[in-house]
Design a protein around this ligand. Sequence first.
Ligand SMILES: [Zn+2]
Length: 65
Amino acid sequence: MNVKFERGQQGGGRLECKICWYVYDPAEGDEIWQIPPGVSFGELPPHWCCPVCDGGKEQFLTMEN
Ligand SMILES: [Zn+2]
């Protein structure tokens, strides 16, 4: 049984804010928004935005690795 971790483009990888280069890492979550570790970008609450520059989710770019 091979269960892939990838679930679409925003599956479980890190994303980088293109404005301030803040990186959201699902393995760490987000202390500022009180997001626990293990929450993927796609699972973040709708009102979540960049904790550094307040940029919206649409400002975030998927990192290759
Ligand atoms: Zn930002």
